[in-house]
Design a protein. Structure first.
Ligand code: HPA
Length: 282
């Protein structure tokens, strides 16, 4: 495990990580992409890709969850240079919350100013079905942890604003692309708790009453750091299952990855087009 916690200065660690990355790629990504459970294959579609094993990057927290590969993939979608995280780091693996978001500080160091976050999520909104894609419009942080806690890391402000975390122009853009491609999309608020256990039925009723449309175990740490660094963020959840109590049967990770795999085609089309059109926006 890395030592990028609140007690050791993060900047020298970031510089060391960046030096390692620079030895393996000359690409300067403009867009960052974090791929959720079962959605990592998108990284394999990037053109002229340089794949860097996360485990070889100094200070990068190792991924331990099954089905997550653990690579930073640098490549292009047409002319647009991107970096994709294939196998994100999760809080439930036992890493510190700042370590979970380490990759976003790295991306910022690489020049990324636009970020797409994706995840697998359980549907809480009764209108959602497994296989739906949801545009994230806001989140509820039920991790009760914050990667920005501790000494201020320049250029992040002490008290970052949380308006428009999910950039409204990107929300509109994703809706437009959905119409252009004939991909129906939902919109909603992502509720994030630590996992790794799925929610109880009573917790899911609470989530609904508190305003959540989908539940997940990721994404919030990365978005908090991205926003503190002034990046613009787009978010897409893949509804892989109905949350506990809304679904009839038990939940399994196998079901989550199977449904994510089934929506692969439309997810790839949507994200590809989003990258192209996001790059053309300010
Ligand atoms: N709950 C939390 N996280 C998830 C779920 C869920 O039902 N499905 C996929 N990730």
């Amino acid at each position: 495990m890395t030592k990028s916690n609140n007690h050791s200065p993060i900047e020298p660690q970031l510089q060391e990580s960046l030096r390692h990355i620079r030895r393996f790629t000359t690409l300067h990504p403009r867009i960052g992409l974090i791929l959720g459970s079962g959605l990592g294959d998108f990284a394999d579609t990037l053109e002229n890709a340089d794949r860097i094993a996360a485990s070889a990057i100094p200070h990068y927290p190792p991924s331990t969850v099954e089905g997550h590969k653990g690579f930073l993939v640098f490549g292009r979608v047409q002319q647009v240079p991107v970096v994709a995280v294939q196998g994100r780091t999760h809080f439930y693996e036992g890493h510190g919350i700042a370590q979970v978001a380490y990759v976003v500080r790295l991306m910022d160091g690489l020049g990324v100013r636009k970020l797409i976050v994706t995840n697998a999520a359980g549907g809480v909104n009764p209108f959602f079905r497994p296989g739906d894609l949801m545009i994230i419009v806001d989140h509820i942080n039920f991790l009760f942890q914050n990667p920005l806690r501790g000494p201020v890391v320049a250029p992040e402000p002490r008290f970052p604003d949380m308006h428009d975390n999910y950039h409204p122009a990107y929300v509109e853009l994703i809706e437009k692309i959905g119409l252009q491609l004939g991909i129906p999309l939902k919109k909603g608020v992502l509720f994030v708790s630590t996992g790794p256990s799925y929610e109880t039925a009573a917790e899911v009723r609470m989530v609904r009453r508190l305003g959540g449309d989908a539940v997940s175990m990721s994404t919030v740490p990365e978005v908090l750091v991205a926003r503190a660094r002034g990046m613009k963020v787009a978010g897409i959840s893949c509804i892989t299952n109905l949350a506990t109590g809304i679904s009839s049967g038990p939940l399994s990770h196998a079901e989550v990855t199977e449904i994510a795999n089934r929506v692969k085609d439309k997810f790839h089309k949507l994200v590809r087009e989003l990258i192209l059109q996001m790059d053309a926006l300010d």
